[in-house]
Design a protein around this ligand. Structure first.
Ligand SMILES: [Zn+2]
Length: 115
């Protein structure tokens, strides 16, 4: 019975109309199917790359040149989590200066910590 079904559909890749044999058919040919699949995969890869670029944890090379750093920047610089830095501070292993509610960490203190 299913072999008698004739459905006119539009190919998802080339937009040509074609007669589908089943409801699941989305492309006019196998070629369009694999081409569309490849295109989608490529888009996925681009999306992942964009996400990586907008990730706030992405290493910022200018941090390395700063004299004073925030907790976030320090974490980024040494590749540790924010919590690790806060623990180092509360343990007294990393000296910080308080600027209001903000913690300022001297670059030199980080270098001493890593020695
Ligand atoms: Zn097609």
């Amino acid at each position: 019975m299913s072999s008698n079904i004739k459905i006119v559909r539009k190919c998802e890749f080339c937009s040509n109309e074609f007669t589908a044999k089943t409801l699941q058919t989305r492309y006019c040919s196998h070629k369009c199917n694999s081409r569309h699949y490849k295109a989608l995969k490529r888009e996925e890869k681009i999306e992942v790359a964009i996400k990586k670029n907008t990730d706030p944890q992405v290493y910022d090379a200018t941090i390395n040149l700063k004299e004073f750093l925030s907790i976030d920047e320090t974490a980024m610089l040494i590749g540790a989590s924010r919590r690790t830095i806060q623990r180092l501070i509360s343990d007294g292993k990393l000296k910080v200066a308080k600027l209001g509610s903000r913690c300022i960490i001297k670059r030199r203190e980080i270098d001493l910590l890593l020695k």
